[in-house]
Design a protein around this ligand. Sequence first.
Ligand code: 4AZ
Length: 338
Amino acid sequence: MGALEIDGSFTCGASLVRDRWALTAAHCVEAGPDGAPREPTSVRFGVTRLSDSGGERVAVRRIKIHESYRTPQDSSNDVALLELVRAPAPPAAPIRVVTATERALWSPGTVATTIGWGGRSFPALFGGSDDLLQVDVPIRSDPECANAYRGTLGWDPETMLCAGSGTGGRDSCQGDSGGPLMVFPAGEPVLVGTVSFGLGCGFPGLYGVYGRIGQPALAEWIVRNAGPVPAPAPPAADPAPAPRTVLGLRRASRRGRVLKLALVVRSPVRRLTLSVERRRGSSTRRIARTTRTRVSSNRTIRLRVPASGPRRPLRIRVRAKDASGRTVGFDRLLRTTG
Ligand code: 4AZ
């Protein structure tokens, strides 16, 4: 929910429908009597009480009024998109806009919710409400809406939806324009309307009129202008586990024909094989080998090697399986003699 401000004054409601797009009523942002665009325009997010200083004001970069606003009825296509210079900070998040295939979500009898800073009475002698107000209104059938407005303010079933209690009292009112009419099919809000107009407020049978957002032409107009709903971010892939050195060599020493190797074992391994190779020219020859079924912690392994000949480097090769069956190990060239 955003509070549309034109030239610094609260003007209307607006709904964030994309990260950087808000939807409001065209009549909230249409050019003034002099034809001059209403500027500067911004949307304030993150407040429920307008007199509070908090929240965040995001400037509007561009206003897109529906090309068929005022056609065929005076309040037909009463929608406008506001492109914001940036996305408002969380927890502000776009509301899901109803799609053209979800007609059941706004069928007559569905109880919808509208919120806004509009007046509590009509005429709004004391202006709008400082606190954001909320009211539930059942969506009415097209014949009921036509009965209420055909011949007065005009009824256009292609772009208008009406809602309100038959006995009156609960309604949107002046200052609520542009704000959302929403349903909560699965607990999450879905935008089905934008507050547009009415004959007075809360009078029995004079239902509030809303932009019919679920009508294919309007739903598509929103997608065409604000872009499609971004695909949900794929679940954050677990960062690749840093390769962990399970096995290492801390120390190697030799006394006579016994080679002593102090192995570092950071987590238990199975089927450990330790082999010692001696390089001779371009060929390598294994001169010793030993195995251990299980090694759970640091271990010193002694093994006999054949009597040394010329001074040649030894290659130590250690392999094992870790707890998840992966092969772990290392190769190390010892600059020792043997
Ligand atoms: C208005 O002038 C307005 N009762 C908005 C909604 C309704 C009436 C007037 C509906 O902004």
